[in-house]
Design a protein around this ligand. Sequence first.
Ligand code: 5GP
Ligand code: ZN
Length: 115
Amino acid sequence: MPSECLFCRIVAGELPAAQVYADDAVVAIRDIAPQAPTHILLLSRKHIASVREVGAEDRDLIGRMFAAGAELATREGIAAGGYRLVVNTGRNGGQTVDHLHVHLLGGRPMAWPPG
Ligand code: 5GP
Ligand code: ZN
């Protein structure tokens, strides 16, 4: 685990976060700067810098991150209305924290195309 990685430190419990879900592969926290009424970050426990570094050995993990997102959408009461799962990747993709995470956004209508 890179000791300087913000999300590794949150996963390890070294830094505080509003945790809403955890299992042996995924930790979910509320985003510190929410962009929608529900804005949750699904973090992999494993340090992976971005989608670019995802390998075949991570297939199960990726599936579990999306499954956890769907489960949390139901718990948050936004599943029926619809929501968005987003994975920003690299600088042009808008990624600011280099540790794999899926944004779960919902509770308001989303525009397309994204900014
Ligand atoms: P990215 O821009 O990499 O796709 O998403 C990073 C997200 O992490 C941003 O939405 C940002 O608000 C959130 N974030 C940054 N630092 C913290 C933090 O210390 N705690 C929490 N809960 N979220 C953070
Ligand atoms: Zn990390």
